[in-house]
Ligand binder design. Structure first.
Ligand SMILES: [Zn+2]
Length: 395
């Protein structure tokens, strides 16, 4: 089907704001973009859909767990992060016999209808997650905090990942306190050999910092409770420095959270070219702290935005997450820069820029409509405070 979308404004981070723009869509791909009259003249279709507002690219969720879609953050009343993890794992265990797929599909579809076009989706259930569509990077998450088990875990997981063509499936490191050095290294070199992104939860809580430095505290309680043969050699350094010492940080590493990081940590992340996925609402829920976004931006760290899962966030709606991010950090960055974090910056880092992140000829027509009757100069402000974004449905 060929159709011309006509927006009062079309906006993305790479081309800015253009008024009265036409977007010719052919079978789900953008075939032409330009002044509306020019696109009509060049096109052989006269089917036009008018939008009294802004057309923009769909957002990219840099961190979520679709397999946790049946859960609700308010069902886990917790005293601290470790308490939350224990309740989460117990609940998941109790749900093993229940087919999670309908909830995952529904949750993903709702997020898409509200304007998310692509997901970095971290999960443990290979078959479930692979069945959730191709607009995702599936990060197949591994856990194993004992080097002697590392090769067995790696061989099993890499065999599954190798079944897939391309780099839309990668292995993920859960966290520095749950993955042994050998397993981390194997995962990283496997992903790098395929040009794939490695996701790692990093510096999420103060408990993590204590454990990585000294091997003690609440994370040790968690491991004692859950894992019979865990082993960890206290590193004496921060989580960021620890994983960096293992060669984990480069421009293909996506560091999730980075709440408890100091200036040296941030400088390392920046030097390595790694990106940070900020999940603000999840961090507020689980530690009550926010990541040092001011320092990230000052240093030039690549900041992306993720919702995390329904187990720690009220929803997986990226426009809601972006609005929360901008509301919190609006004095640090312009609306257009915040919008770039959720679109073009994410697309470029993830290597999906030829399909997502902006409105250009040849890309997927992953397009969102936001009602708006204001002025040109307020368009990006509107996009980063938009609770009413809607996917443009093309069929
Ligand atoms: Zn997560």
């Amino acid at each position: 089907m060929r159709v011309i979308l006509r927006g009062r404004f079309v906006a993305d981070s790479l081309h800015g704001i253009n008024d009265d723009t036409g977007i010719l869509v052919d079978e789900g791909t953008i075939a032409d973009v330009g002044r509306f009259d020019d696109v009509v003249r060049r096109s052989d279709t006269k089917i036009v859909r008018e939008y009294d507002g802004i057309l923009c690219p769909a957002l990219i969720n840099a961190h979520t767990h679709l397999e946790l879609s049946a859960l609700r953050n308010d069902q886990f009343h917790h005293t601290d992060f470790v308490d939350w993890v224990i309740k989460l794992v117990d609940t998941r265990t109790s749900m093993l016999a229940v087919d999670q797929r309908p909830d995952c599909i529904r949750s993903k579809r709702e997020a898409e209808e509200k304007g998310t076009g692509y997901f970095v989706n971290v999960g443990n259930d290979f078959d479930l997650n692979r069945s959730l569509g191709d607009n995702q990077l599936f990060e197949f998450e591994q856990i194993g905090i004992n080097d002697s088990a590392a090769m067995k875990i790696f061989e099993r997981s890499s065999e599954l990942a190798l079944r897939e063509n391309g780099n839309s499936v990668a292995l993920a490191v859960h966290a520095p306190y749950s993955v042994s050095p050998r397993l981390m290294k194997e995962i990283k070199s496997f992903n790098n050999s395929r040009g794939a992104i490695t996701s790692i939860h990093l510096a999420e809580t103060a408990d993590e910092t204590e454990f990585v430095m000294s091997g003690t505290g609440r994370i040790a309680d968690l491991l004692n409770y859950r894992v019979t043969d865990w082993e960890f050699k206290p590193s004496g350094v921060s989580p960021v420095k620890y994983v960096d010492s293992l060669g984990m940080l480069d421009d293909k590493t996506l560091c999730v959270h980075c709440v408890f990081v100091d200036e040296e940590d941030i400088a390392i992340i920046n030097e390595r070219g790694s990106a940070v996925a900020v999940c603000l609402r999840s961090n507020m829920e689980l530690s009550g702290n926010t990541p040092p976004v001011a320092q990230f931006l000052k240093d030039g760290v690549n900041v992306l935005i993720g919702t995390d899962s329904r187990a720690s966030s009220p929803d997986i709606d990226m426009f809601a997450e972006l609005a929360a991010f901008y509301s919190r950090f609006h004095d640090l960055l312009a609306p257009a820069a915040a919008f770039a974090s959720a679109t073009s910056d994410a697309a470029q880092f993830l290597g999906i820029g030829s399909d997502y992140g902006s409105i250009e000829k040849g890309k997927r027509a992953s397009i969102v409509y936001v009602p708006f009757d204001g002025k040109n100069e307020d368009v990006f402000e509107r996009l980063v405070t938009a609770p009413d974004a809607r996917k443009v449905v093309l069929d």
